[in-house]
Design a protein around this ligand. Structure first.
Ligand code: SAH
Length: 366
């Protein structure tokens, strides 16, 4: 017997009945951030008991090395007396907790910091507050990056951009059509294609993908996060963005749902699974550069963490806790390893910075 529809599914069906099939973007937005039933609104999705595990939840080394990156960038900025440390989508606050513990040994850094956390989930905001209050820093929460005040900033985001909704279009003989979610004759939610073409769509597409064959799918994010980062950082500061995705514009449907550490059907039980899509790092870079910022990378996560010294950090941790050597080695290989389980290649890092900052740690060209 089919499960009864979730409250969010009922709402989505109502919206479709009223206004017709909805773009994938709208479906993804409702699933993740509907003010009452959205996936991120009412739960802690992270960790062994949750739906997925992120790098900072695997090992403290991830946050620690990012903390040292922040301190190094702050010094490159001329060690300003006040710096906003901004994290987008801080999850359980684990990354920032490890980062601050490691970074505040750098003289003068701690007293310079004002923390700004961009988080939509009230549940996660509370966890972040309880984790980070020990540092006795001024802390502010915001719903969006646009609400964070300007000024010298260092921005960190791990697995944030993948949770921002994507649009999808499919190439048909007469042009590109938006992919939409509708209701099938049998009553279940189904992905379909809008009947009208997207006017002048190819002009906004990367040139080399315009001649895609019929059936090809192109995904894009229509939010302004890349422009906003470029605008904020072109004069002062830097952002480090880590996520999974492709270094160059590409074709293909990467929308995926994950629940209970397994892949799920994105159309089943909306609001109960994490929906994500790969990050197009070239699109991020182009957006930030168009605002006058300089982009470093992308580099594979493996490359970044090797250059930031993960092997030395692992050796130090093993020396102080020999009983944990196997655990530390396995965490290290998950972060920098390739293959199915490894995050070293699929995950990539990009930095967006003021051009005058010069080369950044982990992104030096050899
Ligand atoms: N960076 C963390 C968590 C990644 S999960 C880690 O690496 O463990 C994605 C995070 O982004 C969660 O904290 C989620 O609540 C937040 N988030 C997702 N969509 C958001 C949005 N539109 N605005 C603000 N925060 C969002």
């Amino acid at each position: 017997m089919a499960d009864a529809p979730s409250p969010l599914e009922n709402e989505i069906r109502r919206l479709i009945a009223l206004a017709g099939p909805m773009p994938i973007h709208e479906y993804m937005r409702l699933c993740l951030t509907h003010p009452q039933y959205g996936y991120y609104i009412n739960r802690d999705p992270l960790g062994a008991a949750g739906d997925f595990t992120t790098a900072p939840e695997i090992t403290q080394m991830f946050g620690e090395l990012i903390g040292l990156w922040m301190a190094a960038v702050w010094r490159q900025m001329g060690a300003p007396e006040n710096v906003r440390i901004v994290e987008l989508g801080p999850g359980r606050g684990t990354l920032m907790q490890d980062a601050l513990r490691a970074a505040t040994v750098v003289k003068g850094f701690h007293t310079a910091i004002v923390l700004h956390l961009v988080e939509i989930s009230p549940v996660l905001q509370q966890i972040q507050e309880s984790r980070l209050q020990q540092f006795e820093l001024p802390m502010f929460w915001h719903g969006a990056l646009a609400d964070v005040p300007g000024g010298p900033s260092i921005v960190i985001a791990n697995e944030f951009i993948d949770a921002l909704p994507v649009h999808q279009a499919v190439k048909q003989p007469d042009g590109w059509h938006e992919r939409v979610v509708g209701v099938a004759a049998e009553g279940h939610l189904v992905i379909g294609v809008a009947p009208e073409i997207l006017p002048h769509f190819e002009v906004s597409m990367p040139r080399r993908l315009r001649a895609a064959p019929p059936g090809a799918i192109y995904e894009w994010r229509a939010d302004d996060i890349a422009l906003e980062l470029g605008r904020r950082l072109r004069n002062e500061g830097a952002a480090l963005i880590i996520d999974y995705g492709h270094a160059h514009h590409g074709l293909g449907d990467t929308l995926q749902a994950v629940a209970g550490h397994s892949f799920a059907d994105p159309l089943r039980a909306p609001g109960s699974a994490d929906l994500t899509a790969h990050v197009d790092f070239e699109a991020l870079a182009e957006g930030a550069e168009s605002m006058g910022a300089r982009v470093h990378g992308p580099v594979p996560q493996r490359e970044l963490f090797l250059r930031l010294g993960i092997e030395q950090r692992a050796a130090a941790l093993k020396a102080s806790a020999p009983g944990k050597a196997a655990e530390i080695d396995s965490a290290c290989s998950r972060l920098i390893g390739g293959g199915e389980r490894g995050m070293g290649e699929l995950f990539k890092a990009i930095a967006i910075a003021a051009p005058q900052l010069g080369p950044l740690p982990g992104f030096e060209t050899r």
